[in-house]
Design a binder for this molecule. Structure first.
Ligand SMILES: [Zn+2]
Length: 265
């Protein structure tokens, strides 16, 4: 895929009136992934181009992989809303928004799975997974292989063209109100493939404990056996991998212990 003059070659162009101005110089460095939580790409495009709705995104990827571009990549869109990640807030000014046609979270009913707008989806269109914000398994509309392939190719083209450093889910920058793109989207794997050289240069992936006391478990779920001890707020940990909303971490510890309680080799 190629980008020329801030447009993706081959995309259908429909300009949305919902736009900010150009990004501040050097501000654009993030891609935000969304699902539409809607019935089809056309209805999503209608909403994202409706001046009264005051929302937009740069791209919409339909179930068959067709891409519509609603804003050029040098113009701020209105897809992130109230958002925060690390020290940063208000992600519209830093990011390109990609909306993927997907019904979102589904509810199980009589062996079928129903969207919030009442459409039933057969089991083969459903992914069961634990959302990174939740501890229990839930049901999610499957992305098509075409969508996953096209979104990855778009991200690769954007990384080639713009100084992109982060690919984030809407759920990560607005964790208290958003669950997209959800567990059906292989976000961790995709960004590891696309940004692997960048993260290798940055050294080990660190995180800081936010909770007052944080249990360490043997497996990535809330019922798994607790490991000895717990982490205290502010402890810095090294993140070795991420899975189902959990991080496998390594803790560097150094301090004094009574000689009576250790055996020296
Ligand atoms: Zn979203």
């Amino acid at each position: 895929m190629n980008i020329a003059n801030h447009h993706l070659e081959g995309a259908d162009c429909i300009e949305s009136p919902n736009q900010g101005g150009p990004y501040a110089p050097g501000a654009l460095d993030t891609i935000i992934i969304h699902f539409t939580a809607g019935a089809n790409a056309e209805s999503a495009i209608d909403t994202l181009c409706n001046v009264e709705r005051e929302v937009s995104a740069h791209l919409v990827v339909a179930r068959n992989g067709t891409v519509s571009q609603l804003l050029p990549f040098n113009i701020i869109g209105w897809h992130a809303g109230h958002s925060k990640w690390g020290e940063r807030e208000g992600f519209n000014q830093y990011s390109i928004g990609i909306e993927i046609d997907n019904a979102g979270e589904l509810e199980e009913r009589d062996g079928c799975y129903e969207s919030w707008f009442g459409r039933a989806y057969p089991p083969e269109e459903v992914v069961h997974g634990v959302h990174r914000h939740q501890t229990r398994e839930s049901h999610w509309h499957r992305y098509t292989p075409e969508q996953l392939r096209v979104v990855e190719a778009i991200c690769a083209a954007l990384i080639e063209t713009y100084p992109i450093e982060h690919i984030l889910g809407h759920e990560e920058i607005a964790p208290d109100r958003k669950v997209d793109p959800g567990p059906a989207f292989p976000l961790d794997q995709m960004r590891a493939r696309l940004l692997n050289t960048a993260t290798a240069d940055a050294g080990p992936d660190k995180a800081t404990v936010k909770a007052k006391r944080l249990n360490i478990r043997a497996e990535p779920n809330g019922q798994a056996e607790r490991q000895a001890g717990h982490l205290l707020q502010g402890t810095e940990v090294e993140v070795l991998e991420e899975k189902d909303g959990w991080c496998r971490v390594k803790v560097e510890l150094e301090g004094w212990v009574s000689k009576r309680y250790v055996e020296r080799s």
